[in-house]
Structures are given as structure tokens and as C-alpha cells.
Design a protein around this ligand. Structure first.
Ligand code: DX5
Ligand code: ZN
Length: 214
């Protein structure tokens, strides 16, 4: 199981310090939340900040685009050194084409689903999806509470992946903590994103190590 701390919850005035903590820790990826103020009500940070993160990060960048018409920025995020690039199902008219474009740029192609979007909408495309990002809060803000219906969605996603002989990794994002992490892993989650639970902890590095044990 992989842990991806979300830098949205880091101290932006001490970003290098927080990135180095993640480098030292047992975390696997950096989760990077890009919000445009349209697809979601909030604006996070953009390319210059991602470039600065990349300069210090010693682990892969797991980029989550919460933006409308994400096709516009696929090649730019490849240039910035993203390892994965996830787009929202709800933001893509031609999802198949978008996933091909992401892979063509050498990144793992991810699809994110809002809490109201059922897993079965991916039935005809799951074999093309490298990463299925299941939102366990409404995207837009860190620090929200976990939606319990997510366990069911993770199990359904696992079932679909196995049935389709797909190699898709399941990632869960939003309100992840020490209570829900073990249950998410037993339901089939492969990657857990954690923002506030890690960065608001007295010892973030230790908190990552504890999550990693699940
Ligand atoms: C929410 C973002 C999440 C967020 C997670 O829109 O996609 O990645 O940073 O933060 P926590 O773990 O605090 O819910
Ligand atoms: Zn995210």
C-alpha cells in the first residue's frame, strides 16, 4: 500500500521544509492538488509552485487536476515532471481520448470520481485506467470529514478491476485517517492520500509511518 501526503495541507511558507520531511518519511508519492476555482470552488496553486516542488521532491508527483477541460494542460504537467496525472470523470467529454493523451506524454493516466459518481460509469474504460482516484470528500478543500459510502465504492472498484483483468490502482482521497485507513486497505485501496491528518499531526513523519503499517 502506498501513502501520498497531500501538500495542500503543508505550510506554504515552509514548503521546502515540509517536502524534505516527506522525502525522509516512508511516504511513496507527493499528492499535488490543482484547483481552478471553476470545477471546484477553491483555487490552490499552479505551475510555478509545482516546478518549485519538483525541484526538491525525491519521490514521484501524483497530480490531481480539479479543473475544467484538463486536456489543455496535459503536456505542461508532463514537462513539469508529473508521474501520474488524474482528471475528473465529471470534467471530461472524451475521457478515452484524454487518457490516451496522458499516456502518450509518458504519465500514468488517472480518473477521479466525485462522491456522487458511481463506479459503474467506468465499466467500458477501466482497462485504460492506470489509477482510479475515488474521492471520499467533495473535492475543493482539505480537512473535510470522510464519507462512509466510500468503503462500498472501493469494494465495487476492486470487483470491476478483477473482473476486467485490469491493472488499475485504487487511490482514496479525502479525510483519510488512522481509523478509516485499515478498512480502506481491506476493501481494496492501493494508495491513500492524506493531507491534514499528516501535516496537522505533532509528528508528521511518525504519522506517515503508522499509516503505512495498515
Ligand atoms: C480535496 C483534495 C485532497 C485533499 C486531502 O479536494 O483532492 O487531496 O488535499 O486533504 P485531507 O486529507 O485533509 O482531506
Ligand atoms: Zn487530491
Amino acid at each position: 500500500m502506498l501513502i501520498a501526503p497531500s501538500l495542500l495541507a503543508a505550510d506554504f511558507a515552509n514548503l521546502q521544509r515540509d517536502i524534505e520531511m516527506v522525502n525522509r518519511s516512508q511516504a511513496d508519492w507527493f499528492h499535488i492538488d490543482i484547483m481552478d476555482g471553476l470545477f471546484v470552488p477553491n483555487i490552490s496553486y499552479g505551475m510555478p509552485v509545482v516546478k518549485a516542488i519538483k525541484a526538491h521532491a525525491q519521490k514521484p508527483l501524483d497530480v490531481h487536476l480539479m479543473i475544467v477541460d484538463p486536456d489543455r494542460y496535459i503536456s505542461e504537467f508532463a514537462r513539469l515532471g508529473s508521474y501520474t496525472l488524474s482528471v475528473h470523470y465529471e470534467a471530461c467529454t472524451h475521457l478515452h481520448r484524454t487518457l490516451q493523451a496522458i499516456k502518450h506524454e509518458g504519465m500514468l493516466a488517472g480518473v477521479a470520481l466525485n462522491p456522487h459518481t458511481p463506479i459503474h460509469v467506468l465499466e467500458d474504460i477501466i482497462t485504460e485506467v492506470d489509477l482510479l482516484l475515488i474521492m471520499s470528500v467533495n473535492p475543493g478543500f482539505g480537512g473535510q470529514s470522510f464519507i462512509e459510502n466510500t468503503y462500498k465504492k472501493v469494494s465495487q472498484a476492486k470487483e470491476l478491476i478483477l473482473k476486467s483483468h485490469a491493472k488499475t490502482l485504487i487511490e482514496v482521497d479525502g479525510g483519510v485517517n488512522a481509523q478509516n485507513a485499515p478498512k480502506l486497505v481491506s476493501a481494496g485501496a492501493d494508495v491513500l492520500v492524506a493531507g491534514n491528518f499528516v501535516f496537522s499531526a505533532p509528528d508528521p513523519e511518525k504519522t506517515i509511518a503508522e499509516l503505512k503499517k495498515d
